[in-house]
Design a protein around this ligand. Structure first.
Ligand code: ZN
Length: 193
């Protein structure tokens, strides 16, 4: 649980430290606003991927027992742990069901669980892959994330639009190059970024 009082105090100190007048009108509610916002954008610490993926269906009944299931273009916003600045973009998840599949919205929920924490993109991608692999017992999982890091694009080297791409592979996607390429071509078909 986020300690809102502590966040408020810290933001107040931060404003003072950068030379702001904490008493000026525009800033009087800022510590409180940030504290409430943090409660939302860091809600992932309280959330559990195994719960999000617990409602499963039999793959045989839906005819997807031997196929690849892909949920692509899942938007996300996270916070980089090195600068506490947002990074955001899209996640694509492909998996090969064993006996179980989940509702597609549950994959998007799983992305949220790991996005709403301080993160590095490599770990974010890998945590999603592990959760889908473990909770569904999927035969293979591929997670690709493509994101813009504001800590890179609005400071430092300042290259707006630069994307960082990370990929995590589990099971059959790790062992079978052809399968991996099939999933990638389905994800990136027709000029999809
Ligand atoms: Zn950063």
């Amino acid at each position: 649980m986020i300690d809102k009082e502590k966040v408020k105090k810290a933001v107040d100190m931060l404003l003072e430290a950068i030379g702001e007048d904490t008493a000026r009108e525009g800033l009087t509610d800022t510590p409180d606003r940030v504290a409430r916002m943090y409660e939302e954008i860091f809600a992932g610490y309280e959330d559990d991927a195994s719960e999000r993926l617990s409602r499963q269906f039999e793959a045989e009944e839906t005819g997807s027992a031997n196929g690849i299931v892909i949920e692509k273009d899942i938007s996300f916003y996270s916070m980089c742990e090195h600068h506490m600045m947002p990074f955001f973009g899209k996640v694509h998840i492909a998996y090969i069901p064993d006996k179980k599949i989940v509702g597609l919205s549950k994959l998007a929920r799983t992305v949220e669980v790991f996005a709403r924490r301080l993160q590095v993109q490599e770990r974010f991608t890998s945590q999603i892959a592990d959760a889908v692999s473990k909770e569904l017992g999927a035969k293979g999982v591929m997670v690709v994330a493509s994101a813009e890091h504001t800590c890179m694009t609005m400071r430092g080297v300042k290259k707006p639009g630069t994307k960082t791409v990370t990929m995590s592979l589990r099971g059959e996607f790790e062992q079978n190059e052809g399968l991996k390429n099939t999933a990638l071509s389905l994800i990136y078909e027709r000029g999809n970024q």
